[in-house]
Design a protein around this ligand. Sequence first.
Ligand code: BG6
Length: 510
Amino acid sequence: MSNPATPPRPADCVIVIFGASGDLTKRKLLPALYHLWEGGMTPKNFAILGVARSKYDDASFRERMFDFDPAQYPNAEKWSAFQKHIHYEPCDSTRVEDWPGLTHRINALADQHGIKSQNVLFYLSMAPQFFEPIINNIGESGLVVDGKRVVPVKKDDPTWQRIVVEKPFGKDPASAHALNQTLSKTFFESSIYRIDHYLGKELVQNMLVLRFANTIFEPLWKRDYIDHVQITASETVGVEGRGSYYDSPAGGAMRDMVQSHLLQVLSIVAMEPPVSMNAEDIRTEKIKVFKALRVPRDEDVPKIAVRGQYGAGAINGEGVTGYRDEDGVGPQSQRDTYAAMEFHVDTWRWGGVPFYLRSGKSMAAKKTEIVIYFKPTPHYLFREQARNQKPNQIVIGIHPNEGIRMRFEGKEPGIGMKMNEVVMDFDYVKQWQVDPPDGYATLLLDCMRGDQTLFKHRDEIESSWNAVQPVLDHWEQNPQDDLPNYAAGTWGPPAADLMMQREGRYWRND
Ligand code: BG6
């Protein structure tokens, strides 16, 4: 995390990426590690070992990674120095028989790169059905000496082994719990890094600063002044070739985005001020929010949740086929490519304040933002104005348009009292003259440094599943015959607008 201002360089380690031939390694993990390396933020000695079943060797794997997008690595000379840290081991890490070879390779790489400790960062980046066998095999391998050790073997030996687990973390409360149990057999909670790349986003972290480093916001941050909160993650992309996963019982917008990323964002908006900025204190407050999430009753689901699925349409002038025509998707699929849900955080601070979360594929615009809507003034003094006074809003643009904007009423120039909405704008890029860094670099650095602030605790995961499961069950048991119910390139199904309008509220789509 960004606290302290200049984090110390992490200790030497081997980084083992399972599922390394997949997209995430190419698109996110290696570019993030490269970025850290270029900035002098990787350990002095380190090795990256890609593990997967595909038949690469070091040279062909490096070539494949570089091939992907040379724009990620514009400086060929630097790439050639960086790639010396990258290695590859073809094996099936779910098979016990393949582990002696893999363990040997990890130890050999430590020697080769002058890594004196037994520090290993395991990164699970593959389909979730492989998580449990691999975690068990890590446990059996004898490589984990720290994760389950109460006191260090040698007093000054800071050896660690940690594990990073990508989403999806389960597909319901039972499977999430089972995965947590499996992890806890080999690793202590303090060695488990459940990653959520939304927590690595600059503007999500900025929420902590906005709320807890300023005087002017926090006094208003409660039910007395806030009418409701909207959190939106709309995407213009469809399922991007992941149709068969997305259409499976583990997929859909509620699981893929709302239960994971958006509830994490909600927890940062809703948490109480922590006692300090250390990881444990922040997580303690986040966990309380998750525990306070209202679990809806089945009969409430139609009022508080909307499922959508896109049909054919157009985005930015280009024709888009409907979800049911994507590869791997069933012709009668009921899967949600859009989900909206009203959440409640049942605490003293938030009593009666709805949090509306929505996310969808193939929508009108890519937009991830938080909007805090304030209540109207207690007494309305501008009755003769033709225009209705708009509620004050704080808009936190997470991506694109990263920044924080306050929208309030101002007087238009000239004679008379004509009002209009005005905006006070902190634009991240203009202010800092840099593009926000990719969240993965921050998160990987945090794992290597042992900072869990931006990672999910097991209680957060299990409580977040509990809050959405009644909706998923209801949808499963009540097929909808109006799907697809929104055209690609629009703002989602009309039912989601109606859900808000019934309460006299509107989604912010501009
Ligand atoms: C991933 C989801 O976790 O987040 C994808 O699995 C989604 O379906 C992506 O497209 C969105 O991330 P971002 O950073 O582009 O908002």
